[in-house]
Design a protein. Sequence first.
Length: 450
Amino acid sequence: MSLFDGEPEGPKGTLRTAPLAERMRPRTLEEFSGQQHLVGPGKPLRVQIERDMLDGSGAGSMIFWGPPGVGKTTLAKIIAETTKASFIEFSAVMSGIKEIKQVMAAAAQASQMHSRTILFVDEIHRFNKAQQDAFLPYVERGAIRLIGATTENPSFEIISALLSRCRVYVLEPLTENQIAALLRRALEDRDRGLGALELTADDDALQLIAGYSSGDCRSAYNTLEVAAQLAQADGVNRPIDRALASEAVQQRVLMYDKSGEEHYNLISALHKSVRNSDPDAALYWLARMFAAGEDPLYLARRVVRMAVEDIGLAAPEALNLCLSAKEAIDFLGSPEGDLALAEAVVYLCLAPKSNSVYTAYGAVQAEIENTRQEPVPLHLRNAPTRLMKELDYGKGYRYAHDEEGKVADMDCLPDSLKGRSYYHPTQEGREKLLAARMEEIRKIKGGKRG
C-alpha cells in the first residue's frame, strides 16, 4: 500500500493526503503531549479549560510564546473545542486591518447572542501596532477571547496595551523522548497515521529523527513521512533503521560548477602551499592565477580565509595584514596592488600555524547539527521587562568584573552540554600564551569550586 493510497477521507473529514502533522494533531488534552507545566493534571490552565472558567476578559485572552512545532495552534484549538467556542484562525501574514475589523464585528454580534468566539492569531508578532490596536476594544469588552501565538519575545513584539490584557504562557520544546513516542504513535495509528502501511521502525531511528527535530514535532512528522516514502521506494517495505532515518534528515548540498575545475585546482594548490609553509610554491600559484586574469578581490578573499583557517590565533596579526592587502589592491588596482597580496601570502607561509579555532568551530557546528537546540539558560538571559524578570530571566547571573580574577564559577553552556570542551590551543606562536591563560582560568574556577 502506498503512502498516498487509501480512503479519500479520514475521520472527521481529514483528508488522507493532508500532511502527517495535521492528521496527527491532538484533539483533546489527553492526546496533547508536552507542556506539562501548563496543562498537566491539576495545573491552573488545565483546570480553567476543563471547567470552562476562561471568560472573555483579559483572563481569557492569552499569548502562547514558544518555538515552532510545540503545540501553540493545537492547544488553541483544543481550548475552543473543550469550551464549545467558535474558532477563527487568523494569519498575521495574510490579514490586514480591514479583515480584522470584519471578523471583530461578526464576533461582537455573536457575543450578543451569547455565542463565544476564540480568535487565534498565528505569528501575532508580525502584526504592526495599528493592526494590534484593532483588537483592543473587542478584547476589553469580552467580545472575543484572543489567543496569539508567537515565536518572538512578546515583551518586545506585542504592544503594551494588548499585552497587559493577556496572560502569557511560555511553551517549551518537546523532549526527544516525547517526540519519539509521538512518532511511534503515528506509525501505529491506522486511522490518522501511517499504521495502514505496516511499516516497522527501530527505536534508534525514531530517536535520531527526534534529535534532529530540535523539539519541533511538526518537523519530526515531516521527516517521518519522508522516511516512510523512502521505505517504500522499491515497492517492498524496508524497515526504517538508523541509516534510512539519516537519509531522510540529511540536507541536499549544492555542488560546484564543474566547468571551472581548473580554477578551483589552482586556488587549491595556492591554499595548500601556504598551509605547508612553502613560500616559493605559493608565489608560483598566485602568479599563475594573476596571469590567467583571476579577479584580484577573489584572491584577496581567499587569502583572508587562509589567515583565519590555517594561521588563526598563533599569529592573529596575519588577518590584519591580509585585510590591509585587500585594501591596497582596491586602492592601487592591478598590477601595482598585486605585490601587496604577494607579501601577505609569503607572510602566511612563514607564520606559525594553528587550525585550533577552525577545528573547534567545526566541532561546535557538528554538535548543533546532531543535538537538539537547547534554550539559553535563564541566568544568561537579559531581563529588561517585568514579565521576563517574573520568568526568572537573569536569575543567578554573576558579573565577572566583580569576581576575584575576573572569572565567575558559572556554567555558560546548556545543562546537557556542561563540561564540553571544543577549543584546544596549540603551542604555536602566540597561541601558546592563550593556552597558558586557559589553564589559569581553569585553576581559578577550580579553586572557587574546591
